[in-house]
Design a protein around this ligand. Structure first.
Ligand SMILES: C[S@@+](CC[C@H](N)C(=O)[O-])C[C@H]1O[C@@H](n2cnc3c(N)ncnc32)[C@H](O)[C@@H]1O
Length: 280
């Protein structure tokens, strides 16, 4: 396994795997500068671009501490992680799932070893209903067990390829604004924020603990404009709504077509137009 095979090791709301082909024409082609991804999620765009080695350095960040802990453990301690996931794989059944899910109800869990926390996150992500990470307002993971015949709990090849791709990458827990001070002229920044909802009822579905409102979208548009003035190349994904188009009206706005849950209550999926904003 090499970097060429590296892919996300978590399933994540808003994962960009299905859009990579349509994004191809927007990605920078020229070598140079560093890569920043301040809403990294599962890192689909990072893993895709990492294969080409276009950039001189990589910084991935996210406000979700559990998520960045997972990336760090995959990067630094992948063998111990695989061994622990093998144990979860062998123990997997309903009682085990709910016992592992309940671990975060103990305040001391925050101090548990990083490998333990990363293994729990990956185990739950692979076996929970819908395969998503959702916590309640207390930060407790609350998704019921899913029904999978053979969940991919301990995929050693995938984890090792991701570990290889993450070698030398900076990983930070921080809000998106920090990229303004970190990036310099010539660097490339890709933003994939929680999307502005298409309708009032479509909101508050997938990001219970970090709902991202209109003020956050406005602050993000300011950071986008600041990076543009600083001489960075900036690319951003969001939903195609009048509000989003208005925020980025002075930049190039392209559209792509995604298959998304259009109505979370009925679970219906259909093609939805999304925007890609570029300053180049
Ligand atoms: C749409 S997801 C990114 C999906 C990712 N591109 C992928 O392919 O999986 C948005 C991410 O933003 C993070 N997030 C939410 N609010 C944030 C903030 N204020 N600063 C940084 N990250 C934030 C969430 O934890 C989540 O991982």
């Amino acid at each position: 396994m090499t970097i060429a095979a590296a892919q996300p090791f978590l399933k994540w709301a808003g994962g960009k795997g299905q859009l990579l082909e349509q994004y191809e024409r927007f990605f920078p082609a020229a070598r140079g500068g560093r890569y920043f991804e301040p809403f990294v999620g599962s890192g689909a765009v990072f893993f895709h671009l990492r294969r080409r080695d276009l950039f001189e350095g990589y910084t991935l960040s996210d406000a979700n501490e559990d998520l960045i802990n997972c990336f760090r453990v995959v990067q630094q301690d992948v063998d111990a992680l695989i061994a622990r996931l093998e144990e979860h794989r062998r123990a997997h059944e309903k009682t085990h799932y709910y016992a592992v899910r309940a671990l975060d109800r103990d305040p001391a869990w925050k101090e548990a070893p990083p490998v333990e926390r990363a293994a729990r996150m990956i185990y739950l992500n692979k076996t929970c209903y819908n395969g998503l990470w959702r916590v309640n307002s207390k930060g407790h993971f609350n998704v019921p067990m899913g029904r999978y015949k053979n969940p991919d709990i301990a995929n050693a090849d995938r984890l090792r390829a991701a570990s290889e791709a993450l070698r030398g990458v900076r990983l930070e827990v921080r809000g998106f604004e920090a990229v303004k001070d970190a990036a310099a002229p010539g660097d490339f920044v890709y933003f994939d924020p929680p999307y502005h909802p298409l309708s009032a009822t479509a909101s508050f579905t997938s990001y219970a603990a970090d709902d991202f409102g209109p003020d956050d979208q406005r602050r993000l548009a300011e950071v986008f404009a600041a990076l543009d003035s600083q001489g960075c190349r900036v690319m951003l994904s969001n939903s195609d709504t009048p509000f989003v188009r208005d925020l980025y009206q002075s930049f190039r706005i392209e559209t792509v077509c995604a298959r998304r849950a259009i109505n979370s209550a009925s679970g219906k999926r259909g093609p939805v137009s999304e925007v890609v904003v570029l300053n180049y």
